[in-house]
Design a protein around this ligand. Structure first.
Ligand code: SF4
Ligand code: SF4
Length: 293
């Protein structure tokens, strides 16, 4: 069976440079190892990997739907049996007011309420919650982007729907995870083989990295740390990694000149030589791990 290595790039907080690391890593892997690599933007609330690829062209797009139950108040007897079946507190039934409603943003589409209702008062409809788009970006096997519909809270569902379609012809899959440690992050990292944890050497960076490390240890995922903006802040992150015996995979120095070019939109064409070399070393470490799986 073909070997596929899935890498998630994650960070305990936003603003660490996780997306920059994901995109540069993807580009470098396709340059020096295999073009059978795809980048998957799982930050479905604010996907922005696409900004790095102005040449992107849409290959395909599909809508993501969630099955939502709807209560017909004409048929409802307001017995509240569905309420007791719902583990997600998504149903409100107030018998004296003859009120019955399902909150689509809290519903997890488990189907328990439809099963529970003995009066045929619940039917199911398809609710559009987002899009999944595949882009040809002229590099590797392209970019897959998930985008949540504005107003929907179903990030996890969109992320889960993205994954089955991307195995295809890929040897390496890079997931750019949402920031933080919530359910969408867990949905992104659970079936990854290795997690690259991006942090910055500040007290906030350390605090949020620790939360992420707790999570990864709980779900027993192997990981290593990349310190971005190295040279700013303090040395506490380094002390912590040493004390906890956690692998420091790379340090990407803060480069004022590059940061300026980055801010003005020259994203992938102006990576300084010293930073480019760090990504080459990082890719070599990752590939060595891939070959040992
Ligand atoms: S189980 Fe059916 S009848 Fe009872 S409250 Fe729920 S929707 Fe109404
Ligand atoms: S489908 Fe499941 S989660 Fe949604 S309202 Fe019904 S019981 Fe609750």
């Amino acid at each position: 069976m073909k070997k596929v290595f899935k890498i998630a790039v994650a960070s305990g907080k936003g603003g660490t440079g996780k997306t920059t690391v994901s995109v540069n890593l993807f580009t470098k892997i396709t340059e020096i190892y295999t073009s059978k690599t795809v980048l998957v933007d799982c930050d479905v609330e604010e996907p922005n990997d696409l900004i790095f690829f102005p040449q992107a062209a849409i290959k395909s797009t599909e809508k993501v739907f969630q099955t939502i139950p709807v209560i017909n108040e004409e048929k409802c007897r307001f017995c509240r049996k569905c309420v007791s079946y719902c583990e997600f507190n998504a149903i409100v039934v107030i018998p004296p007011a003859k009120f019955a409603e399902i909150n689509a943003n809290m519903c997890h589409s488990c189907g328990a309420c439809t099963f529970a209702c003995e009066h045929g008062a619940i039917t199911e409809v398809q609710n559009m919650i987002g899009n999944i788009t595949n882009y040809d970006i002229g590099i590797g096997n392209g970019l897959t982007e998930g985008k949540l519909k504005i107003g929907s809270a179903m990030q996890t569902m969109v992320i889960k729907k993205m994954k089955p379609g991307i195995n295809g012809e890929n040897e390496i899959i890079i997931f750019d995870a949402p920031p933080g440690t919530s359910c969408p992050v867990v949905a992104t990292v659970t079936d990854s083989d290795y997690i690259l944890l991006v942090t910055e050497p500040t007290p906030f960076g350390l605090h949020d990295m620790k939360l992420m490390i707790d999570l990864l240890r709980k779900i027993e995922k192997p990981f290593g740390v990349i310190i971005n903006k190295a040279g700013l802040g303090n040395l506490e992150v380094y002390d912590y990694l040493k004390k906890e015996n956690i692998e420091l995979l790379a340090e990407i120095p803060f480069d004022k000149d590059y940061a300026g070019k980055y801010a003005s939109g020259n994203l992938l064409n102006n990576v300084p030589e010293n930073i480019s070399k760090i990504y080459v070393d990082l890719v070599n470490k990752i590939i060595a791990r891939f070959n040992n799986v």
